[in-house]
Design a protein around this ligand. Structure first.
Ligand SMILES: *[C@@H]1O[C@H](CO)[C@@H](O)[C@H](O)[C@H]1NC(C)=O
Ligand SMILES: *[C@@H]1O[C@H](CO)[C@@H](O)[C@H](O)[C@H]1NC(C)=O
Length: 622
């Protein structure tokens, strides 16, 4: 009975400390965008589970379920699903508080396909933080699987949304995390309040798992100077009146100054709170020693090795075991021991004293009361303690474009491009998309493909630009090949857009239609002419003894009986020769340019240059 009293007393001290301190609820913005009547920005408190989209926003339409409105049962029992379908906004499920754990509501909402859950408070009160249940219940294995973000909203907002919905309105809103982590400078400072205790059930397991999984990322960030990480440990003190009690003696060190609860809540067996305080102190001291040597990331190796090599269940939660780990990592054991000092002495320990002081909230951070707690840029992190989710929050602490590469790796992506191409522009045929998947959510940005820059708004249009633009999907322009002839509406110069080549008409994007020069009477109309349309051009022939002069669209006599003087013809021939040479030079430099087919046709008729049809003036593959 006395033992129980001890536990109760110590818990009481802790509760007293909490009641006196300030506990800040991290609030986020929730913006109702429609209907007009309730449009505005509201506060909501993000739950301490699920994965908030740090750095991003989530857009959705609110649904208040007709039955199961507290979401304590699976929605499948009611045959309803909120899964998103193409063209439909993600569902934010509005659920009433009460009757079951927040986490169970979130799990049921997620199972039914909701993108987020909004829990409407059932009484008028300041917002609270929704947390995971402390108890280890048998069904709790779903806790790890909750990924949708959850937010508590006030009763009054919940009521307004419900009445707007029942009036037949569509309620749309954004949940915004873009400013939930401040980014005052180029480095992200973060703290993890943790514990070396490994026998507290689910919470302890989650903590150890997190340390192991996050170690790699934490070390990369720390080595690169992107972050400054500091581990912290909670202790509390035994009130003077109880200092000599058996309870305080077994739970505290330094004469009741620093205490931790008994790991098994049982004073008669296993390890005592005192053992936990000493190991926590060792964790803190190891950090200080390795931080001094300029290699703070070794701390992550120490704590993960310690949890593997020195667990309570193997009776290895001891100084001897810890010292082995310290030595194996090449950490200065003497310095660690000096930092720990004598736990029996009636003196302050400077490290633990500093820890107790920083436990009290300051500025934008509330008191640290929940273990584990992660603080990023002095703002309390809300959400699941899981590698991906935490990395997202850290990455959100960087100014956009200054984030380290690790933030931009694939497993940090939101995969929002997979569904409906994220609503961004795409050219399915050419497999080009403007959707960019980042940890901040998707961006619609015209891409650069094989050196060709696409320009546009990224949502409805993107167009290849620059000299090489025709190399990719023909610059988005029409292009067709028939036999040996290919025509294209893309010009490989610095022009933009698409233009049907001469002999064609159309928008140049979807299609270019052959112009029937004969029918439309644009050429070959002289009385002695015989017109024949071809794809992209036409052929014109004159009566016996006459030549067709394309440039003048007229027939001329073969032997001087022409209307044009010889001098004109010579000039024409010289000009044509010059044009050929220029054309050849341009061709040599591979700037495939448009050549004057008219002149070349004339040339071909006066002195056939080449029998190949390609050079006869209508190859327009440019
Ligand atoms: C760790 O080292 C850095 C830089 O040397 C220093 O600014 C910081 O205060 C140190 N942290 C602790 C807890 O000693
Ligand atoms: C489209 O391109 C992406 C990457 O550029 C590639 O992974 C994917 O397999 C391509 N899809 C098709 C259908 O070609």
């Amino acid at each position: 009975m006395k033992e129980k009293f001890g536990v109760i007393t110590l818990s009481f001290v802790l509760i007293l400390q909490l009641a006196l301190g300030k506990f800040l609820v991290e609030k986020n913005n929730l913006k109702v965008t429609s209907p007009e009547t309730i449009k505005g920005v509201y506060e909501c408190a993000i739950g301490n589970f699920g994965i908030p989209k740090y750095g991003g926003t989530l857009v959705g339409a609110v649904v208040h379920p007709v039955s199961n409105h507290k979401a304590c049962k699976s929605f499948s029992e009611f045959g309803v699903s909120f899964k998103s379908t193409p063209g439909r906004l993600p569902t934010f499920l509005l659920i009433d508080r009460g009757d079951c754990y927040f986490t169970l509501k979130a799990w049921n909402a997620q199972q039914a396909g909701a993108a987020a859950i909004l829990v409407a408070d059932n009484k008028l009160e300041p917002l609270i933080t929704m947390d995971t249940p402390e108890e280890d219940n048998a069904d709790a294995d779903y806790l790890d699987k909750i990924t949708i973000p959850s937010a508590l909203i006030s009763k009054s907002l919940g009521d307004s949304i419900k009445s707007a919905l029942s009036d037949g309105n569509m309620v749309n809103m954004n949940l915004d995390w873009t400013e939930s982590v401040p980014h005052p400078d180029e480095r992200v400072e973060y703290e993890l309040w943790t514990d070396s205790n490994d026998e507290c059930g689910k919470k302890c397991d989650t903590q150890i798992e997190f340390l192991k999984n996050f170690k790699g990322a934490a070390q990369i960030l720390e080595k690169g100077g992107y972050t400054q990480f500091t581990p912290h440990f909670i202790t509390w003190y035994c009130p003077k009146a109880f200092r000599l009690s058996k309870q305080c003696k077994s739970q505290c060190i330094n004469h009741g100054r620093y205490c931790a609860p008994d790991p098994e809540q049982d004073f008669s067996r296993g390890y005592d709170g005192k053992d936990v305080v000493v190991q926590n102190l060792r964790h803190a001291c190891v950090y200080r020693v390795v931080n001094e040597t300029g290699k703070p990331w070794i701390w992550w190796d120490y704590v993960t090795d310690f949890s593997v090599r020195c667990p309570m269940k193997d009776n290895k939660y001891t100084k001897e075991c810890a010292d082995e780990v310290i030595k194996s990592l090449g950490i200065d054991l003497k310095k660690v021991d000096e930092c720990i000092g004598d736990p029996e002495a009636d003196v302050e320990n400077p490290v633990l004293k500093a820890e107790q002081e920083s436990q009290v909230g300051k500025d934008s951070r509330g008191d640290v009361t929940i273990l584990p707690t992660l603080v990023v840029n002095n703002r309390q992190y809300r959400g699941k303690l899981e590698k991906g989710a935490v990395l997202k929050a850290l990455c959100a602490g960087f100014q956009e474009t200054t984030e380290p590469a690790i933030c931009l790796t694939e497993d940090q992506n939101t995969n929002e491009c997979l569904e409906n191409n994220g609503g961004c522009w795409q050219d399915k045929a050419a497999n080009i998309t403007a959707c960019l998947d980042t940890f901040r959510g998707r961006l619609c940005e015209c891409p650069t493909v094989q050196g060709v820059k696409f320009v546009g708004d990224g949502y409805t249009h993107c167009k290849a630009s620059g000299a090489l633009r025709c190399g990719i999907n023909n610059g988005g322009c029409w292009r067709e090949t028939r036999g040996v002839y290919t025509y294209s509406a893309c010009l490989d110069d610095h022009s933009s857009g698409c233009k049907c080549p001469p002999g064609f008409k159309g928008d140049g994007v979807e299609s270019c239609e052959d112009v029937d020069e004969c029918k439309e009477k644009v050429a070959c109309q002289c009385p002695e002419c015989k017109c024949k349309n071809t794809w992209g051009s036409y052929e014109c022939s004159c009566g016996k003894g006459l030549f067709y002069l394309r440039e003048h669209d007229t027939c001329i006599g073969k032997f001087g009986a022409m209307k044009l003087s010889w001098s004109f013809l010579w000039i024409l021939l010289l000009a044509s020769a010059a044009a050929t040479l220029t054309g050849y030079a341009i061709y040599k430099y591979r700037i495939r340019s448009y050549m004057d087919s008219e002149i070349r046709t004339i040339m071909a008729q006066y002195m056939p240059l080449d029998s190949q049809p390609n050079t006869s003036g209508i190859h327009m593959d440019i």
